[in-house]
Design a protein around this ligand. Structure first.
Ligand SMILES: [Zn+2]
Length: 180
């Protein structure tokens, strides 16, 4: 079995749950370009990789950076599983509710508890998916830990939860829960 098969299987499952799900390249997409400009403005140009490194789900659409097509199928599944959590959150809270919680509550930057809560849930799925698809060593790796914790404390998500010790406790608890 090639890795393409689990990806095809996953995509079928995804379309069953979210029939309007679509993947759109960010490059040359006007909405993505507008968001990129906005993010550069509010982060004083510290967040400059929205178009090139981030996967972003809005509504039923996943906007992907260049290189998506060349991403190994299992890594695509890991990303898609993270994004599926956001699709479910949107279904739970509605698009407006999700936008409010994700972008504004209680602050858009530095203390974005709503966004942090949603990303904790989604990054938990990233780790679970990594464990299932790439194995224990990958799920336990420092690289993954540093990557995930960095998302919360850096400009990437507007410094959404810059409380490193608390994040480390969350991550350690997650490792214990997964028996890692
Ligand atoms: Zn996310």
């Amino acid at each position: 079995m090639t890795d393409e098969e689990p990806l095809a299987h996953f995509m079928a499952e995804m379309r069953e749950e979210f029939p309007r799900f679509a993947i759109v390249p960010k490059r040359k997409d006007p909405l993505s370009e507008a968001i990129d400009v906005g993010l550069r403005l509010i982060t004083l140009n510290r967040m400059t990789s929205y178009m090139t490194r981030f996967h972003t789900v809005i509504g039923d659409t996943l906007y992907v950076p260049p290189g998506w097509d060349d991403t190994p199928p299992l890594d695509k599944i890991i990303t898609l599983r993270h994004e599926r959590v956001h699709l479910r959150q949107r279904r739970r809270y509605s698009l407006i509710g999700m936008a409010l919680i994700y972008l504004l509550l209680p602050l858009p930057l530095f203390f974005a508890y709503g966004r942090a809560r949603m990303e904790w849930e989604a990054y938990t799925e990233t780790v679970v998916a990594t464990l299932e698809l790439r194995g224990r060593a990958a799920a336990k790796s420092h690289a993954l830990r540093d990557h995930i914790l960095g998302q919360f404390t850096s400009a990437n998500y507007g410094w959404m939860w810059p409380f490193r010790r608390q994040l480390e406790r969350w991550y350690d608890a997650l490792m214990r829960d997964l028996g890692l």
